[in-house]
Design a protein around this ligand. Structure first.
Ligand SMILES: [Zn+2]
Length: 96
């Protein structure tokens, strides 16, 4: 009893009703919140999967060509500013 049978797994839209049993209050609410599935999502998902597979293959090929890729330095607070001890204070008092 989940939304999976009602919702499109790709666009999360409500799939066309398959019968009178499909017209449930839950389905009506999902239509309001998610809208209808416009169809063709399976093809889009397939194209995306193929594109991802191609990109993955290209990435693996590039990785095999360059045996030791230079690691990208991470810009971050790893090497943050060194805390200055006694900043704003005079470390020595000048005695008159
Ligand atoms: Zn869809």
């Amino acid at each position: 009893m989940g939304n999976q049978s009602v919702l499109c797994p790709v666009c999360q839209g409500v799939l066309p009703a398959s019968g009178k049993e499909s017209y449930t209050p839950l389905r009506g609410r999902l239509i309001v919140t998610n809208g209808y599935c416009e169809g063709g999502c399976a093809e889009v998902a397939e194209q995306q999967a193929q594109r991802q597979a191609q990109m993955e293959a290209q990435r693996q090929r590039a990785r095999s060509q360059s045996p030791s890729p230079a690691p990208v330095p991470m810009p971050g607070p790893a090497t943050g500013p060194v805390p200055v001890v006694g900043a704003g204070r005079a470390p020595l008092r000048v005695a008159r």
